[in-house]
Write a protein that binds this ligand. Structure first.
Ligand SMILES: [Zn+2]
Length: 318
């Protein structure tokens, strides 16, 4: 997909043999059946995942496959990193970062609190990073937090993993000759989602408000909802042009055309589920009606399949 975008040069670095895609997407859906939480399975899968380094524009690179997608801006002010991936991929992430430049890790931004974007916080902080995030991200990392749909309760994060530089609406960072604009979405995938825009490079990291080619997870346990996800998808479209290189939370690097398709399928599925619920149908009846059927072959291959996504949407219909 990235090859279709103008202006992208590609440099690939494979950290190890093993799984090639974003690890969380490979976790079989049956883990929701009971025994093992998705969180445990995803962390395990992460240990064998490949990390691909993809050069984007103006020295900004993406690390794909480390959990949530990571963006990196090296330079004399130290590396700025967007999201920290799984702990189990630490050595692969460290190798990938070293392959970009010898600059130390100085700045880490979390797009939201989820484990596949923050498990690496503690080691990156120990390596020298100050952690920046939305204040709700700090809140969720600071306390015991249960995600019902993952059947998992996260303990409070260690002190070093907790963001110390927090903001509420937006924040602009200037370093390494670049401007990085951070912006809160309002409740969407969680209640602490932010985007990170590398202004001069015209590279946009959406966090988990955009999953390129996969139905997204929506975390109702920490303030997410489907209306907010669609609003975030709309907001993302106002932030990009046809030339913007966009790093999703999960899936390959893409751009505006793929973001429009994503927004459209989310809105279409919400309409169908809302209509069925409006007719008085139960959740089981709505799942049986398969309102996602037209999209499942393409979008339901990850850990959120059509049935699970239908349930997530249903939960948010008033
Ligand atoms: Zn997430």
């Amino acid at each position: 997909m990235s090859a279709q975008l103008p202006g992208i040069t590609r440099r690939r670095f494979i950290a190890s043999a093993g799984l090639a895609a974003t690890a969380v997407c490979l976790v079989p859906h049956r883990v929701f059946g009971g025994e093992e939480s998705l969180v445990v399975a995803a962390r395990k899968a992460g240990e064998t995942a490949n990390i691909t380094v993809q050069a984007l524009r103006r020295n900004v690179s993406a690390l794909i496959g480390a959990g949530g997608n990571i963006a990196v801006l090296p330079g004399s002010d130290g590396k700025l990193i967007i999201d920290s991936g799984y702990l189990g991929t630490r050595s692969k992430i460290a190798n990938a970062l070293s392959s970009l430049s010898p600059d130390p890790i100085k700045h880490l931004v979390n797009t939201h609190w989820h484990f596949d974007h923050t498990d690496g916080n503690e080691w990156m902080h120990a390596a020298g990073a100050t952690i920046t995030a939305h204040e709700n991200t700090r809140k969720h990392l600071s306390t015991s937090t249960r995600v019902e749909d993952w059947n998992f309760t996260f303990p409070p994060s260690p002190a070093g993993a907790i963001p110390t530089d927090v903001f509420n609406a937006d924040k602009t960072i200037q370093l390494n000759g670049a401007t990085i604009a951070l912006k809160h979405y309002g409740p969407a995938h969680t209640d602490g989602d932010i985007s990170a825009y590398f202004v001069e490079a015209d590279v946009f990291h959406t966090g988990d408000t955009w999953w390129n080619g996969y139905y997204p997870f929506i975390d109702y346990s920490t303030g997410g909802n489907v209306d907010g996800m669609i609003k975030a998808a709309e907001a993302n479209l106002t932030m990009v042009t046809d030339k913007t290189i966009v790093v999703p939370g999960h899936g390959p690097v893409g751009g505006k055309a793929e973001m429009i398709e994503y927004r459209d399928i989310l809105a279409s599925i919400l309409d169908r589920v809302a209509a069925l619920k409006g007719e008085g149908k139960s959740l089981n009846e709505i799942v049986a009606a398969k309102p996602t059927a037209a999209y499942d072959a393409k979008w339901g291959r990850g850990f959120v399949n059509g049935e699970f996504f239908t349930k997530l949407v249903y939960k948010g219909v008033g």
